[in-house]
Design a protein around this ligand. Structure first.
Ligand code: NDP
Length: 274
């Protein structure tokens, strides 16, 4: 019998840790499958996804810059993918249709709450950035009943528009970085891609409340600029997005295979090897 095939599409993709993570999940749970990374630019996404599924592929992960395209590609989206208008997981269904889901937000919430014991209820949360990753995390964060959620972005209109989209879920406001002066937050999440070029959004002093936590969605072999900024602000914890990466992958694996892998063992292994 042919082995079930999965893949991650994106550009750039050569440094993706997803094939390794899914291979570790498969070994751990005794599942037989293959998972590869494939360089796919936005212009050829639809053709590449059509080819993958028509040749028997069972599921895809989609990363930068394909998440909005994947949302439009799916025949049907889950509620959380519909809210975020971004999809990181595509699933071939029994009737041949393609279901879109977004596991980024629940991956982040699992990493924060279960792996790091960070309470979200009642906390003042600041998200830096208003791109695809921010879209995916806002609703799952709001579901944890924070005191308030602020989105700050370089292009201010994007932050304001995003806040308006989610304004019925909790107190959500959008603004530029300059408007953060004088404010304080218990949890600051960096969802900008600035860390990928070792840069930092322009952040005012005293932004982080006492005992506050910093979390960069980006990750790397070295501490990111934002993780280092968190240390300089005496954060109780200053974390990167490796745990979120593994948690969102575990949720995709569960959707595809119906089995939940042990994420802690995989996070520890990847953490040691960087
Ligand atoms: P997008 O390209 O959709 O959005 C990028 C965002 O970053 C925009 O808000 C942009 O602002 C902002 N930005 C870029 N450069 C700078 C800068 N120098 N200073 C200030 N703001 C800047 O990217 P994504 O939302 O998809 O990804 C964001 C980050 O999240 C990436 O680092 C990605 O690796 C990470 N991520 C991690 C995941 C994980 O599992 N750990 C999952 C998903 C994402 P503007 O709108 O003004 O251009």
């Amino acid at each position: 019998m042919a082995i079930d095939r999965y893949a991650v599409f994106g550009q750039p993709i050569q440094h993706s840790k997803s094939p390794r993570i899914h291979q570790l999940f498969a070994e751990q749970t005794g599942q037989s499958l293959s998972y590869v990374a494939q360089e796919v630019p936005a212009e050829t996404f639809t053709d590449a996804a059509d080819a993958f599924f028509s040749q028997g592929g069972k599921g895809l992960n989609c990363t930068v810059p394909l998440k909005e395209l994947a949302w439009a590609y799916a025949d049907k989206n889950t509620g959380r993918a519909g809210l975020s208008k971004a999809v990181n997981t595509l699933v071939l269904q029994e009737d041949g249709g393609i279901l879109g889901d977004n596991t980024d937000g629940c991956g982040l919430v699992s990493d924060l709450m279960l792996n790091h014991g960070i309470a979200l209820s009642g906390s003042r949360i600041l998200i830096l950035g208003a791109g695809g990753a921010s879209r995916g995390i806002i609703a799952p964060l709001c579901q944890q009943t924070p005191h308030s959620l602020t989105i700050a972005n370089r292009s201010i209109d994007k932050a304001v528009n995003l806040a308006t989209e989610f304004s019925d879920m909790t107190t959500v406001t959008g603004c530029g970085f300059a408007a953060l002066a004088g404010q304080q937050y218990d949890l600051i999440l960096n969802a900008t891609s600035a860390s990928l070029s070792d840069q930092l959004p322009p952040l005012p002093e005293n932004l982080l409340a006492k005992h506050g936590v910093c979390y960069d969605l980006a990750y790397g072999n070295q501490p990111t600029a934002f993780v280092r900024w968190g240390w300089s602000q005496h954060a109780a914890k200053s974390l990167d997005g490796l745990g979120m990466l593994v948690e969102q992958a575990a949720e995709a694996f569960f959707i595809w295979r119906g089995v939940r892998p042990d994420t802690r063992a995989v996070i520890e292994l990847l953490d040691k090897s960087r």
